[in-house]
Design a protein around this ligand. Structure first.
Ligand SMILES: Cc1ncc(COP(=O)(O)O)c(C=O)c1O
Length: 393
């Protein structure tokens, strides 16, 4: 629950910004941070240095993530993780004698952060105008068309493309779940053209979709994966990148140093909080719970809003759901943007005690994994009442 300055309570329908998966006030996470601060508050991660918590976390993640991903670099958040992934890919190709492979292909509606390269990979144009020009060599393709990726690789020339970057389930762009054959085909296309596939698991990582990692739904493994958010349940700014064994081997054998590090890379307090968070997720069986609760929330939304004439789609994967409002349910025609339908529904939901976000006319939901079942039901009730008040059936 969130409480505003006037004491009014709200259900946190987005777990902060998709990250506070364990809810607030978890003593064990505060203890993990305090104990680490009292022991080793900081250690440099530069120039080959590490620290015990970072090594422990990397070992833990090697066992938890995709089987081919066993080497990690830790950051302070998601955008830094994406910047790092892009530099991993470019350096890998340079060290392989293919210095021309530098371009990044990502997707329309994809969100990867607001630092310059991550912003350039982001496929939501509203994030660009004040900050143009974008970094050159970033290409966007339609979100759910594997053919669009292959066409772009062929058009640009595979010898110029370093990587394809995609979220397993698009989050900020409006919770867009791919068809089951999408990522298997993406994997095959990337392999065929020698393009690295980097999965941005900043939202989908650590249980949000009802599996530990998003691509597990489709039995696909990436070459690089980026994570952040849930790994510390938002209690400490933290993220990272995992890379496949072949990539790690190539970077290991580089003749010179890999000149990439942040002051707060592998922060021991972040690593300690991450380790404790992973332990709680496991002990409380929260990945399976996210799957169960997601189905419950989706079912509750369907039963309240499924036949509303202005609800175009109710979709989701695990505890990551969205309700899309349309002018015409049959043609799926949108409302005019100036009608501000999504924003008005969001305001009505907030007035009734549900805090979340809209993207255009899509209302997104990603509550904490520990949200009680009755609160999920209440979310559906509040959203249905908000929808009826703005769009009487
Ligand atoms: C998929 C994805 N990637 C990257 C980011 C950026 O993460 P950060 O805000 O920690 O830089 C976000 C943030 O919402 C995200 O959803």
């Amino acid at each position: 629950m969130l409480v505003d300055a006037d004491g009014k309570e709200y259900i946190d329908g987005l777990a902060g910004l998709w990250n506070v998966v364990l809810g607030h006030g978890r003593r064990e996470l505060a203890d993990a941070a305090r104990e680490q601060m009292e022991t080793l508050a900081y250690a440099s991660g530069y120039a080959g240095n590490s620290n015990p918590r970072a090594i422990e976390l990397a070992e833990r993640l090697a066992g938890l993530t995709y089987p081919n991903i066993n080497r990690f670099f830790f950051t302070s958040g998601g955008a830094e993780a994406n910047e790092t992934a892009i530099k991993v890919a470019r350096s890998y190709w340079k060290l392989q004698g293919k210095p021309g492979k530098t371009k990044v292909i990502s997707r329309e509606l994809g969100y990867h952060g607001t630092t310059l390269a991550a912003m350039s990979a982001t496929g939501i144009a509203g994030y660009w105008p004040l900050f143009e020009p974008r970094v050159p060599g970033f290409i966007h393709v339609a979100a759910l068309s594997a053919d669009a990726l292959e066409d772009a690789i062929l058009r640009e020339g595979a010898d110029t493309v370093a990587m394809f970057l995609a979220e397993p389930v698009i989050g900020v762009g409006g919770v867009i779940v791919p068809p089951d054959d999408y990522f298997p085909r993406i994997r095959e296309i990337c392999d065929r053209h020698d393009v690295l596939f980097a999965a941005d698991e900043v939202i989908t990582g650590f249980g949000r979709t009802g599996k530990w990692f998003g691509l597990e739904h489709w039995h696909v493994t990436p070459d690089i994966m980026q994570f952040a958010k849930a790994i510390t349940s938002g209690y400490f700014p933290f993220g990272g990148v995992g890379m496949s064994d072949p990539i790690a081997r190539v970077l290991d054998e580089a003749p010179g140093p890999w000149m990439h590090a942040y002051t707060y890379s592998a922060h021991p307090v972040g690593c300690a909080v991450a380790l404790r968070t992973l332990q709680v997720i496991e002990e409380e069986n929260l990945v399976a719970e996210a799957a169960r609760k997601g189905a419950l929330l989706l079912g509750a939304l369907q039963s309240r809003l499924g036949d509303h004439p202005h609800v175009g789609e109710i979709r989701g994967k695990g505890l990551m759901c969205a309700v899309e409002f349309v002018k015409d349910r049959d043609t799926k025609a949108s409302f005019a943007p100036e009608e501000q339908v999504g924003a008005r529904i969001n305001a009505e939901a907030a007035a009734r005690g549900l805090f979340s976000r809209v993207r255009g006319d899509v209302f997104v939901l990603a509550p904490p994994f520990v949200t009680p079942d009755y609160t999920l039901d209440r979310i559906a009730d509040i959203l249905a009442a908000a929808v009826r008040s703005v769009l009487p059936a």
